[in-house]
Design a protein around this ligand. Structure first.
Ligand code: HEC
Ligand code: HEC
Ligand code: HEC
Ligand code: HEC
Ligand code: HEC
Length: 676
């Protein structure tokens, strides 16, 4: 490997068994005191400062990777105005083996990398250069400080290479930092409060008033709406409505809808409002989806699609280790056939629902309805009928209309109450909520909201896609199906009892570096008409409302701009060489496992690969090279053969003297020529 930078060997490593330093002493890499290790969590800590030598950060949060991307004129975090910034990423690199490693920085602005307190690289001086140092086994301290340029995007990415592998982004499973630093804990509470404020729809009834004018929240989670209640009369059952309105959390402990009714009149009022809702039959009657669907077919389908990674049939008040949503009252909630219609288009009346869209056919939706009705055993008491006319007035008066509309074509607006005065009153009071609704908040949620309400609220007008995507991957429970950063999936946990394993699904660890955000966005929106892996029985569901920012955010998380993809210019000569490397004769036999356009793979049984036409459209070039050179380092569970066992040369010596990189580059040029 040619390394233009004079490969100085900086001997930083001290004895690896040495105890770590005391405060004031220089840091000693290696083992850390047990108390320090106990406080570590995967990932690094990212802090922003007004000035580089400030002690107190403006903001702090945790990140998975040694990377950052902030587009020009965008806020680096929701709590900081757009403009130039100083940032620091800190933590430990936990190294499995003592040895020599090379580091490389890619980025814009002024960046320095310190390892074990010594500066080893600075940008822009060391652009395109790398430096080799010795790392101790176990913990090595790392710090990346960056000052963004006055103009343009701000980007940082840290790469490393070892004896057995070429340059790759430093993987998340070797990065650690303390999760309990006081500033981090404080800023995390404010962040959590902001999320709660958005997700509990506080802005429907309250707004912040900034120093000059009142703040109108613009972030997507704040402008998302509660479900539309049009046609409620054909969709929901009366007794369920009364119970839900009285206390949503009795039926679903994780409900975000508050109880708005209290006092001796509550039951009567709930009945009146429910009577009003069942009178709403504006839409079409719901046609039966298909005749006589079988519950057994629905059960098999639910298994295949992994519904039970997020749902369970038993009583919601019974604890579930995986925190899955109960279907106990689902049959009692939905009118006949309405459940199937909901499952077909779960986002139709609630764009921000967390329930994914599996693109079910009519028959599948009907089968799943039959299965759920079979499973869902919750029975609710019959309630006396209420008065719809009174209910219509109460719907406005008690605040339902702040969050819900009964018109399919109309959204609710954001309201503006007076500036919040006593923060521990009303909705945030521990017990008596006065005229305010009851969200059933826990103490830590209340504290987070309190911390957030003490800020100026301007963060409700700023979003950072990288943070959004981290948040949504948790909220939407992508880990039901996908591995990430060495963590297993909920699907594995669910099947463990049966002694089974789920299918091999792609990992999300490298997703922002791997896929073109445009492709990912279309996939998350459910707009691809073909699947990359037709052999998989599970199905990637769609989350259309979040698709755009989620795709862009995952890319930013890895330190890439949405459009950043330095693809080599197409070269017909190289493509011709690449074509010859594909077949078994004189090539790598890629077609054994990979389809190419309409030509199916020859023997994909053990390790089916993705159609190379799709690969050309999906992948970023740098990831492609990395995958081809070291598929086992990128994802060891995918059984793609390693063609360059030493990371440099392949068995085919006649082409480019066996130079793996150049051969894979030729293959890349070839797959770019395939008809789409
Ligand atoms: C459906 C409308 C509605 C929603 C949604 C709502 N509130 Fe309220 N809030 C009220 C009403 C009504 C009051 C009582 C005002 C009064 O008693 O004068 C109140 C009072 C308060 C108070 C006491 C304010 C004071 O000045 O005394 C706080 C703090 C508060 N709410 C915070 C929140 C938070 C945080 C959320 C989101 C979790 C939220 N509210 C959601 C309607 C709402
Ligand atoms: C990744 C997690 C996830 C998977 C997988 C999933 N769901 Fe859901 N589902 C949810 C969440 C979360 C909600 C609650 C949505 C909300 O209130 O916004 C939900 C809601 C529902 C509801 C509505 C419940 C109600 O009380 O109105 C039904 C019915 C449902 N899911 C059925 C299914 C079926 C059938 C499958 C499999 C095809 C499935 N879900 C797969 C997460 C999931
Ligand atoms: C602060 C906003 C808010 C207020 C106020 C509110 N809701 Fe809701 N409501 C929601 C949200 C959000 C959901 C989705 C389920 C969840 O997350 O709890 C929901 C769900 C529902 C549903 C089920 C809809 C579906 O498609 O599954 C009904 C019915 C409903 N609310 C009726 C009411 C009525 C009636 C009132 C007034 C008594 C009311 N809500 C007050 C936010 C609100
Ligand atoms: C019910 C299971 C399930 C859930 C939940 C799920 N996925 Fe997937 N996902 C899949 C399956 C199956 C595939 C493979 C689809 C294919 O390639 O044909 C996939 C593929 C993907 C891919 C393409 C990866 C690649 O290398 O080709 C991305 C990106 C992705 N999912 C992101 C997400 C995100 C983000 C979430 C959460 C918002 C999520 N998924 C939730 C099942 C799921
Ligand atoms: C023994 C089977 C096998 C052979 C031979 C094979 N691959 Fe693969 N390939 C795989 C598997 C398995 C995957 C991972 C599939 C997945 O992500 O689900 C893969 C993934 C890929 C990807 C990533 C595709 C994407 O869009 O995510 C590329 C590119 C690729 N292979 C190219 C090649 C090329 C070029 C050759 C020949 C030099 C080749 N493969 C030979 C099995 C194989």
């Amino acid at each position: 490997m040619v390394r233009p930078f004079a490969s100085v060997l900086v001997a930083l490593a001290l004895c690896s068994a040495a105890p770590s330093s005391q405060p004031g002493e220089p840091f000693k890499p290696g083992k850390l005191p047990p108390a320090e290790v106990a406080a570590l969590a995967p990932g690094l800590t990212l802090r922003f400062y007004a000035k580089p030598d400030n002690k107190t950060p403006l903001d702090a949060r945790r990140v998975r990777l040694a990377a950052l991307h902030v587009p020009a004129d965008s806020p680096p975090t929701p709590f900081i105005a757009p403009g130039p910034f100083h940032a620091k990423l800190t933590g430990y690199l936990k190294n499995p083996l003592k040895g020599d490693y090379s580091f490389k920085l890619v980025g814009t602005g002024a960046i320095t990398l310190k390892v074990n307190d010594k500066t080893i690289l600075t940008l822009p001086a060391d652009t395109d250069k790398s430096v080799e140092i010795e790392l101790t086994k176990n913990y090595n301290k790392i710090e990346i400080a960056c000052m963004s340029s006055a103009k343009g995007d701000a980007t940082v990415r840290l790469y490393w290479a070892g004896e057995k592998f070429d340059f790759e982004p430093v993987p998340p499973d070797v990065l650690y930092s303390r999760h309990d630093d006081a500033d981090l804990v404080e800023k995390s509470a404010v962040r959590e409060g902001r999320n709660l404020f958005a997700n509990l729809h506080c802005a429907k009834c309250h707004t912040f008033q900034g120093p000059e004018k009142s703040i109108v929240p613009t972030i997507p989670e704040c402008t998302s709406h509660a479900p539309h209640l049009d046609n409620a009369g054909r969709r929901f059952q009366y007794d369920w409505l009364v119970a839900w309105i009285l206390n949503p959390r009795a039926l679903r402990p994780e409900a975000t809808m508050p109880s708005v009714l209290s006092g001796p009149e509550a039951e009567k009022q709930a009945a009146d409002i429910a009577a009003f809702l069942v009178s709403l039959k504006s839409g079409d009657a719901l046609p039966a989806t298909v005749p006589n669907p079988k519950a057994a077919d629905g059960r098999a389908l639910a298994k295949r699609l992994g519904c039970n990674t997020c749902h369970r049939p038993d009583d919601p008040q019974k604890k579930d280790e995986l925190g899955r949503l109960s279907h106990f009252f689902t049959a009692a909630k939905y009118a006949p056939d309405a459940l199937g219609h909901y499952l077909k288009l779960p986002h139709r009346r609630h764009a921000w629902t967390r329930m994914p869209d599996f693109k079910l056919s009519d028959a599948e939706a009907a089968q799943l309805e039959a299965h759920l009705r079979d499973q869902s055993k919750g029975v609710l008491p019959a309630r006396p009928k209420g008065d719809a006319a009174r209910g219509e007035i109460l719907f406005e008066k008690t605040g339902c209309a702040r969050c819900h509309t009964t018109r399919p074509d109309k959204q609710t607006a954001l309201y503006q109450l007076e500036r919040l005065r006593a923060l521990n009153k009303g909705c945030l009071a521990p017990k008596d909520h006065g005229k305010g609704p009851d969200f059933g908040l826990h103490a830590d949620q209340r504290n987070a909201l309190l911390a957030f309400l003490k800020t100026d609220g301007i963060s409700l007008t700023r979003e950072t896609p990288a943070e959004f995507s981290l948040r949504q991957v948790n909220t939407l429970q992508c880990n039901s199906c996908h591995r990430r950063d060495g963590e297993s999936t909920r699907w594995h946990a669910v099947l463990e009892d049966e002694g089974k394993e789920p299918e091999k699904l792609p990992s999300l660890t490298w997703i922002g570096e791997k896929l073109q955000p445009g492709w990912t966005k279309k996939m998350l929106a459910g707009e691809h008409d073909q699947r990359a892996r037709p052999w998989i029985k599970a199905r990637m569901p769609a989350f259309p409302a979040r698709a755009d920012m989620l795709a862009v955010g995952m890319s930013h998380e890895h330190g890439f701009g949405a459009l950043e993809d330095e693809r080599p210019k197409h070269d017909a000569k190289l493509a011709a060489i690449g074509e010859k490397l594909i077949p078994q004769q004189g090539g790598f036999n890629c077609i054994n496992c990979h389809a190419i356009g309409k030509t199916p793979p020859i023997a994909p049984f053990e390790a089916p690969g993705i159609n190379l036409v799709d690969a050309a459209l999906r992948l970023r070039y740098h990831y492609y090279q990395r995958w081809m050179l070291t598929p086992d380092r990128v994802d060891v569970s995918m059984r793609m053969p390693v063609f360059a066992t030493d990371g440099k040369m392949t068995q085919i010596r006649e082409v480019f003297d066996g130079d793996a990189r150049r051969q894979f580059d030729a293959l890349w040029h070839y797959i770019q020529t395939l008809p789409k």
